[in-house]
Unconditional design. Structure first.
Length: 171
């Protein structure tokens, strides 16, 4: 079982992208090429699909691990017909920025609606508009919903987060 998702690195001598999985290097092609990125995403998707998700020593994934696994899924799911990623991938990355900053090392099962309210409060502090905040909090909830569908977290976590209502006009 993997402890965390492997990163794509540059093999300096050959100029190729490489990823290490279970102690074995897999060469992906020229570093920075679309082909190397596509192969890397396929490897990560395969690891996630086979439940080789990153685990902490307690056997539970952290917020960072959940976000990384979701972003691999998003990069393969949200695509234009020509194969290029849609703007939704970047929108998810922006939506998860505050969550990562505040709760990166938090175990998923310890994440609560109160903590999601703290994330929302940080977005308010940055001057984001109410509709934009509601949309981004909705994306965060979708990450947890996806995690539930992949059996990465218990249903109680998503159910609790889903109970958080949107910001109301004038408040």
């Amino acid at each position: 079982m993997l402890r965390r998702l492997p990163s794509m690195c540059l093999h300096r001598l050959s100029g190729q992208a490489v990823v290490r999985v279970n102690g074995k290097d897999i060469y992906l092609g020229p570093y920075g090429s679309a082909d190397a990125t596509e192969k890397y995403e396929a490897i990560l998707a395969d690891l996630i699909r086979h439940k080789s998700v990153p685990l902490t020593t307690a056997g539970q994934i952290t917020i960072t691990d959940l976000m990384a696994a979701f972003m691999v899924y998003a990069a393969t799911c949200y695509r234009h017909p020509d194969g290029s990623p849609t703007s939704e991938v970047k929108a998810f990355a922006l939506s998860l920025r505050h969550l990562r900053r505040l709760y990166a090392s938090t175990v998923v099962t310890d994440f609560s609606p109160h903590k999601l309210k703290n994330v929302r409060q940080c977005m308010l502090g940055d001057g984001w508009s109410r509709p934009q905040i509601n949309q981004r909090i909705g994306r965060i909830k979708r990450v947890f919903k996806w995690g539930l569908s992949e059996e990465l977290l218990p249903a109680s976590v998503y159910t609790a987060l889903a109970s958080l209502s949107n910001l109301k006009r004038g408040r």
